[in-house]
Design a protein around this ligand. Structure first.
Ligand code: SF4
Length: 233
């Protein structure tokens, strides 16, 4: 435990903890991982249960990286978790710092298959599905703006923004048409909000129900080693 950092008294015993007295009532942990976090009577969250599966660790990491005021921390020493914090660009959230040579990684390319091999969606089909998903009123209270979609063969591109003119370009293409393997790439240069696009695409792919074998790459990984992760973080 870092000196001067006091954990919330209700935290479940284990490596993830919420810092006591550090709260802007952001509610993000309950959106990202409601099974792992709860609110005390003052709208201050705490860890109600430690993650125990890969999916729950994914959620805990996402919540920690998005928490306002850096108030969700990790005091464990699992090299895999430390690596992921470092690649998220958030090594300071770990009591035991990850090895210094691990640099932040921005994963902005994703490939995926169809669960049903008979599914034959084109890049433009996928672009429209994602655009509709982003605008679903029950999942997004932020109003997005979209540039007109440009289609060329089985590839479609558009840009979208949810804050001022901070537009994020995104491209959808089939890489194994008609057998169903696709590639989505966005934001060739990382800027404010770019990682949120990856998270939104991942959320859509996971929730749609038609897709599987989701592989995330950074641009250098996609163009080179093809080393992938199953989440963008
Ligand atoms: S993550 Fe931090 S700011 Fe958000 S509810 Fe929890 S303690 Fe409060």
């Amino acid at each position: 435990m870092n000196e001067g950092i006091q954990p919330h008294p209700k935290n479940a015993a284990g490596p993830f903890y919420v810092v006591n007295g550090c709260c802007a009532s952001c509610e993000l942990p309950l959106e990202d991982a409601p099974e792992l976090f709860a609110f005390d009577g003052k709208s201050h969250c705490y860890v109600k249960r430690q993650p125990s599966s890969k999916e729950e660790f994914d959620k805990a990491l996402l919540a920690a990286s998005g928490a306002e005021l850096a108030c969700i921390r990790y005091k464990g020493s699992d090299p895999e978790i430390l690596r992921r914090f470092a690649e998220l660009g958030r090594p300071e959230l770990c009591d035991d710092r990850p090895p210094g040579h691990i640099q932040p990684v921005f994963r902005n390319c994703v490939t995926f298959d169809a669960l049903d091999p008979c599914t034959s969606l084109t890049g433009p089909d996928l672009a429209r599905l994602f655009r509709d998903y982003v605008q679903l009123p029950d999942r997004n209270t932020i109003i997005c703006r979209f540039t007109p979609m440009e289609e060329k063969g089985s590839t479609a591109t558009f840009s979208y923004a949810w804050y001022n003119d901070n537009f994020h370009p995104i491209e959808f293409s089939s890489i194994d048409f008609p057998y169903g393997r696709w590639l989505i790439r966005h934001s060739p240069v990382e800027k404010l909000g770019s990682r949120s696009v990856s998270y939104e695409v991942h959320d859509w792919l996971r929730n749609d129900g038609r897709f599987c074998s989701i592989h995330w790459y950074s641009e250098p990984e996609w163009n080179g080693t093809k080393h992938w992760q199953d989440t963008p973080w």
